[in-house]
Structures are given as C-alpha cells and as structure tokens.
Design a protein around this ligand. Structure first.
Ligand code: RIB
Ligand code: CA
Length: 308
C-alpha cells in the first residue's frame, strides 16, 4: 500500500482522479487537502467532501487549506470546470464534515508525526505545500516524493508558456521546486497525450453505474474550451495521470532534469524552464515525465470506475 495525501482543487479532472484514488485498494489515502484553484476554496473543499460521500469513503478526512495564492492575485478556471467546479453532474450533498484544522497545519502535523514517509500527490496550485514547507522545512524528510500535475515544457494552457496550477501560484511552485524534495512532474506534455476522445467517453458511460455515469456527465461538459482552443480531439485528462502514475508507474517514462519556475516576468510568469544539461550537484533532479501509455491510463480509469 502506498501511503498518500492528495492536495487538490476539484475541478472535474481532480474529481476523476479522486474517484480512482478513493476506489483503489492499492492506496492508503491518509487525507485530502484542498486549495483554491479551479474554483474558490469554499467550492473545492465542498466538492472533495461530495466526492468522498459519492464514493462511500467517509473515512477519508478532508481539510481546507489556503484560500488564495502566496503573492499574486487569485485566478480561477470556471470556463473549464463550470461555476461549481463540477459542472455537468449533480453529486450528493456531503455527509462528511470539513475538518476543523487548517490544511497546511494538517500537512505539517501529519508529515512530522508519520512513522513512515508519505507520498504527496498534488493536483492543484502548490500553495498549501509551499506554506507548510516555509513554516516547517523538515517535513520534507518525511516525504517519499511529490507527484505533481503541473507545468508545460512545450506549451502552456493559460498563457502560451504557463500551465494553470503553476500560473495560479508561481511563487508556491518555486518554493516547492527549490526545496530539494524528490519530484515527479507530470506536465501538459504528458496530459495532452491523454485525451477524452468520444470513444473513451462512450466506454466510460457504457459502464452504467452511478459513479461512472457521473464521471461521464462531468467529462461531457469538461474541457470544451480546451478542445476548442487547442483543437484537440478530446479534453486532456490531467489529474488522473498522477493517480495512474502512483498505481502503474510503468505506464509512464521520462528523464531527469533541473526545473525552474519563472516568478518575475509578466510575459512568462509560471513557466517551467527545463535544463537537461549537466545538473548542478546541489539540485536534486526532477523526474520529468514525457511519455505515457494513454490507452493504459484509460484502461486503469475504466477498471476503477467499473467497480467503484
Ligand atoms: O492545467 C491543468 C491543471 O489545472 C489541472 O490540475 C486542473 O484541474 C487545474 O487544476
Ligand atoms: Ca486540479
């Protein structure tokens, strides 16, 4: 069992990722921490609790973290995810309470007190993790690795060079990338290979259970803008790639490189700059994923949605 904490901003693709994680018997999901991102924090935390209720996982505690980025002004992505963050489907009202402790405080306590290192799966802006690291750098000695959805080497999705999670809080991303914690980076270069084509969407809908039907309804709405702007045959399924990597890393491959996040330039704010040349000794390389077996990822998603 992989001991993991998921930090997220549900968000439709976060929701699919949580459906897989919450139905997996291979993950020991300690908690879900939520952050402002796709939609404001009040909605991301409520959406996470709705998903735990939908999946019958009232055992997984949900925490609310930071309601805004460290420095820059907040941005959201309702155009992609809808005003609720889970547009296209109606989920049950949450039966799980929001934990009283702040998500950042939880991260510091959970990591410090864990008898074994924990994997962090980040699906949204990195505000919570950065705030925890700034307050208590030693927590990173209790982190196996951070598996992160973020960045774009060839292109961005909010600006020509910046991806949403890093553009929404570039300063938090810089704190995390400079902290020296092992990182596996799953960027747009990978997730744009994992497209929700009509055939794949039809196979999800054909499963015909309440969870898969909600997933299909969410995905039907999701990514229309991505599809239109990027001209892709289907919406990129970003966050589930993180969970798929945890469950079947063999579906992915990549290379080691130094990754730096731009935090000053108005033109390239949030850009991930990848240096594959000789790495400076002090900087641990990032495991930059660039290849994925997309059919394998969808088979994994279908397997979990078939028996939630
Ligand atoms: O750029 C895609 C990422 O930003 C995904 O995690 C999506 O949910 C949004 O958070
Ligand atoms: Ca997300």
């Amino acid at each position: 069992m992989i001991e993991v904490i998921i930090d997220c901003d549900p968000g439709v693709d976060d929701a699919i990722a949580l459906m897989v994680a919450l139905s997996s018997t291979a993950l020991d999901l300690k908690a879900i921490t939520t952050v402002a991102g796709n939609v404001p924090l009040a909605l991301t935390q409520a959406n996470a609790r709705k998903l735990c209720t939908l999946m019958g996982r009232e055992d997984v505690p949900v925490y609310a973290g930071c309601p805004r980025p460290l420095v820059r002004s907040p941005i959201t992505a309702e155009a992609i995810h809808g005003i609720t963050g889970l547009e296209g489907a109606t989920l049950p009202e949450p039966t799980v309470p929001l934990q009283a402790q702040h998500g950042v405080a939880y991260l510091m306590d959970a990591l410090t007190q864990s008898p074994r290192p924990i994997t962090l799966a980040t699906l949204g802006p990195l505000t919570n993790l950065a705030a925890a690291v700034v307050q208590c750098p030693d927590i990173l000695t209790h982190v196996t690795e951070v598996v992160m959805m973020g960045g774009g080497i060839a292109q961005g999705n909010v600006t020509p060079v910046a991806e949403f999670n890093l553009y929404a809080d570039p300063h938090a991303a810089r704190v995390v990338f400079e902290a020296g914690v092992p990182i596996t980076l799953i960027s747009l270069d990978v997730t744009h290979q994992v497209l929700t084509t009509p055939d794949r969407l039809a196979r999800i809908r054909a499963l015909g259970n309440p969870v898969s039907t909600i997933a299909a309804d969410l995905l039907t709405y999701y990514g229309n803008r991505d599809r239109e702007i990027l001209g892709l045959p289907g919406a990129p399924l970003h966050d589930p790639c993180v969970i798929a990597y945890l469950l079947q890393p063999n579906l992915f491959s990549g290379y080691s490189a130094q990754v730096t996040v731009e935090t000053d330039s108005p033109l390239t704010l949030g850009q991930t700059v990848v240096n594959r040349r000789t790495l400076p000794p002090h900087c641990p390389p990032v495991n930059v994923i660039d290849q994925v077996d997309a059919d394998g990822v969808y088979a994994l998603i279908l397997q979990h949605l078939a028996s939630p």
